[in-house]
Write a protein that binds this ligand. Sequence first.
Ligand code: F3S
Length: 292
Amino acid sequence: MEIVKAQSAGFCFGVKRALDTVYKELEKKPEHIYTYGPIIHNEIVVKELEDHNVVVIEEGEDLSKYEPGVIIIRSHGVPEQTILDLEERGFIVINATCPFVQKIQRSVKKYDLEDYRIIITGDINHPEVQGIIGWIGSKEYKVIKDVSEAEAISFEKGEKVCLVSQTTFNYKKFEDIVEIIRKKGYDLLCLNTICNATWERQKEAREIADKVDVMIVIGGKNSSNSQKLFEICKEKNEDTYFIQTVDDLDFSVLESIDSVGITAGASTPNKIIEEVQGTCQKKALNRCLKHQ
Ligand code: F3S
């Protein structure tokens, strides 16, 4: 049985950096250490951190409940005011916002100050978008998720408009939206801020799912990017399975097949991916021995 593991499976650069930041801070043995929201969408990792006394402060929670200490901002980022509030309360803020997201935050802040109207393509309920909105001082912005919302935008002709995107937004959709906005006669500054990591992971998953007998997607059950990955693979391969850890794997699906593909969402630790891969390898070896 051939095992094809996606090169792009697992942590992206920004998530890895945020998690490494927490472990680096832990080494300094601070009296109190927190993350602002779960550092990644993976219960196993969050639980492991809890065992090291890393406490998750949920967004909007009453900060006075907590003794000030080190607090790490996750890769999605937060509004500027959140950082100021935390500092004012005496927390030492370690900003592990992904640099690609920080670039968007800096851009919207800058262009808003230069009187541009800001348009963000993305999901308004996503923490990354909420964070970006929090860097627009004037609150003059629009968040749009599709072409019909782009059509509905009605700023004055000639107005200065800065268009940015949530990092995980679909590139094709972004292009279609840009096309519509371009025709509206604004003084348009278009910044393509989509991050390649998600796109590459999805492309590779699609290709692998298309050529293997069984496809396994590993991810946290609350991770939307893992869920998306599962949907993409399922479209190409009916025999696609979503698991959180190797314990969820139904070994009977690996019986009498010639190939299995493995990919994983951006919040899946390497350790879990390796366990699944190792189990598939053992299974393949056993079958090989049986046939000798
Ligand atoms: Fe950053 Fe891209 Fe990951 S924006 S958090 S490297 S998906």
